[in-house]
Design a protein around this ligand. Structure first.
Ligand code: B12
Length: 586
């Protein structure tokens, strides 16, 4: 076993579980669950209670994510969407409030981060009002549990009547550049999970897309990963948990199989939050996106008819790939999903469920092997597998790639990615491979074209697929690539340029900060006399300008700073070649 641990703090310095449990008891005694308009309307005290009733009655819940950045805009739109859907004979049961990443860190650190496109709750009144806008149940998952501010956020959410809170996955992958609070993050997350465990009907949510789900290549390992998260949150911390996913599955049957895998290990009978849409299939052609919306929502509805787990069916607006959607687009998505829910009853009886169950059983059996291998591997590394904090931190320090390489269940094969043939490759990997091949077809044969050149690459946020494509094109062309990873800062780029004397920087960005980032980078380049360095940016070149609610395209502004920003990966090789041949005109 060859494992390198990227330890951010000494795990053995964590408080012991006796101390953590006594703190949880104290905090729980001072916490009460608020009553939302949704609870009043349905006569329940938690969303879990509502869901259990809904499962019995055959009612399928519906979900939307919302992500406007100001409270006023959010409140106005939530009310409008709820009322308008009722008026048009439709419904919405729950809404995921997408908080901005700055909410993931304690108040005193927030000024260190550039606000993104999500909601920022500024005071306790705004928190409290979340469930009082309309009888639609709020769900909070982004930048809550799993982040440095986990405990405070979880408490405020519970007090506001939010009873499904996430996101376990964030612990492993979401970062806050320049803010190193890893030990606090681990302790606060344990306290928050434990706190939720004290209240009947609360649900800890993990969106696998956000965490190692999008980094594993083999679904069998992901099945085992869900067992690991469940062990930590349920067995060791006493809470109840559920899994969500969307982008990981493009094939409708895989979505159903995976729901059944998670259901098979759900010994507490905790109802699901929602299944999210597969937005990786979304592009800029809205008509095609409607096709993708019908595909995943029909599968999710069939699944809920056959074996209801309580997961709401999500409607993802067709504008998802371009920007934060408008309220009207959210409403249109729901009307489309209504038809899928209605028609799913005709299809469900004709599915060959024995085939689906056979697929489920393979993943379950392999998943158990992965679980056992990881647990015994951790023990070999000296990790106390009874201490959830140690396990959380160790799994993060090892990372998805090493976990899969060392403990994966696929057959060992030297030439395979990560050294193993996946038992069942994830759809996200398949979809990306197709995209990758298309881009490569456009790039043409570039072998050795960039020999002797040096390029710096990075992404400003968690979205790293674009960066990975840049890397593989440059590697194929023989360039020396300095990959600064995700959440790269302008300062890190400058430092690397000073060290490596590279002449080209390529940045992939998706989190709505393209212009601010471009300004910071170009001004630092000037300050350091690096006017000859060529910068290319791609991904989603947008930002909320002057307090606008939706991020707007800023391509021309970024271009005016001298950055190449046509978003065409096919053109990077000739540009880099020109730069190093001294033929590039800025
Ligand atoms: C996958 C995904 C995720 C995954 C990322 C996994 C990963 N490891 O990368 C997860 C689930 C983790 C995620 C998280 C978030 N996401 Co996201 N995500 C997406 C999604 C579905 C796909 C983006 C993607 O990677 N596509 C694959 C790439 C390869 O394809 P592409 O984008 O077409 O890339 C091409 C070009 O852009 C270009 N290109 C790309 N980079 C570069 C660079 C250069 C130099 C060049 C020349 C070209 C180039 O070449 C590529 C090939 O042709 C998009 C929606 C969508 N369908 O696009 C939302 C989306 C990008 N996400 C979004 C948001 C808001 C988030 C979150 C902030 C949500 C939240 N509040 O938590 C978080 C990020 C948190 C953080 N701290 O940063 C928004 C961005 C909104 C905006 N800017 O207006 C989007 C648009 C969804 C939406 N409508 O809300 N996300």
């Amino acid at each position: 076993m060859q494992i390198t641990m990227n330890k951010r703090f000494e795990f053995k310095d964590l408080p012991d579980m006796k101390e953590i449990r006594s703190q949880i008891d104290k905090i729980a005694a001072q916490t009460t669950i608020g009553e939302t308009l949704f609870f009043k309307k349905h006569g329940v005290t938690s969303e879990g209670e509502f869901k259990l009733k809904a499962i019995k009655e055959g009612f399928i819940s519906k979900h939307s994510h919302i992500g406007w950045n100001s409270w006023d805009e959010t409140a106005k739109n939530v009310e409008y969407i709820y009322n308008e859907l009722e008026r048009r004979g439709s419904y919405i049961t729950r809404m995921g409030f997408i908080c901005d990443w700055i909410m993931g860190v304690p108040e005193e650190y927030r000024s260190k981060l550039q606000p993104g496109t999500g909601l920022i709750l500024k005071n306790p009144d705004e928190w409290k009002a979340i469930g009082q806008i309309a009888p639609v149940q709020p769900h909070m998952s982004d930048h809550m549990i799993g982040c440095p501010n986990a405990l405070e956020n979880a408490r405020l959410a519970l007090e506001a009547g939010v009873t499904s809170i996430g996101n376990v996955s964030h612990y492993f992958t979401y970062e806050y550049p320049g803010i190193e609070l890893e030990r606090e993050r681990t302790i606060n997350s344990l306290l928050a999970f434990g706190l939720m465990g004290k209240f009947e009907g609360t649900i800890v949510h993990s969106n696998l897309d956000d965490g190692y789900g999008n980094q594993f290549h083999d679904l069998a390992n992901l099945a085992g990963w869900t067992m690991i998260e469940r062990y930590l949150v349920e067995e060791l911390l006493g809470a109840s948990m559920t899994f969500s996913y969307g982008n990981l599955f493009s094939d409708p049957i895989s979505r159903i199989v995976f729901n059944m895998v998670c259901d098979a290990t759900n010994t507490k009978g905790t109802p699901g939050t929602m299944t999210f849409g597969n937005t990786i299939d979304y592009g800029l052609d809205f008509a095609r996106n409607y096709g993708a919306l019908c595909n995943f929502s029909l599968a999710d509805a069939i699944c809920q008819r056959h074996k209801p787990t309580g997961h709401a069916v999500a409607s993802v607006p067709v504008s998802e790939a371009c920007r934060i959607p408008t309220p009207e687009e959210i409403i249109e998505g729901h009307l489309c999903v209504d038809v899928m829910i209605e028609k799913s009853k005709f299809l469900e009886p004709f599915i060959d469920w024995s085939k689906v169950e056979a697929e489920r059983d393979i993943l379950l059996a392999c998943g158990r092997v992965f679980f056992e291998r990881v647990m015994s591997g951790l023990e070999d590394l000296g990790v106390d597998t009874q201490h959830p904090g140690e396990v959380f931190a160790a799994l993060k320090a090892i990372g998805a790639e090493q976990l899969e390489r060392n403990f994966g269940v696929g057959k060992k094969e030297k030439t395979a990615i990560r050294g193993r043939e996946p038992v069942k490759p994830t759809d996200i990997i398949k979809t990306l491979q197709t995209k990758h091949q298309k881009v490569f077809a456009g790039v043409g044969n570039v072998e050795r074209e960039l020999e002797g050149t040096k390029v710096v690459i990075g992404s400003t946020d968690i979205h790293d697929y674009g960066k990975e494509m840049l890397k593989s094109i440059c590697n194929t062309a023989g360039a020396h690539v300095f990959d600064l990873g995700t959440y790269v800062t302008a300062e890190e780029i400058i430092e690397n340029l000073l060290e490596t004397e590279s002449k080209v920087v390529m940045i992939s960005t998706y989190n709505g900060i393209a212009l601010s980032f471009a300004k910071e980078l170009t001004s630092l380049l000037q300050e350091n006399g690096m006017d000859d360095v060529v910068v290319m940016m791609g991904g989603l070149i947008n930002e909320n300008i002057d307090g606008s609610q939706l991020a707007v395209d800023v391509t021309s502004e970024v271009k005016s700073l001298g950055i190449i920003c046509d978003n065409r990966m096919e053109e990077i090789v000739p540009i880099i070649k020109q730069v190093y041949a001294g033929e590039h005109e800025q």
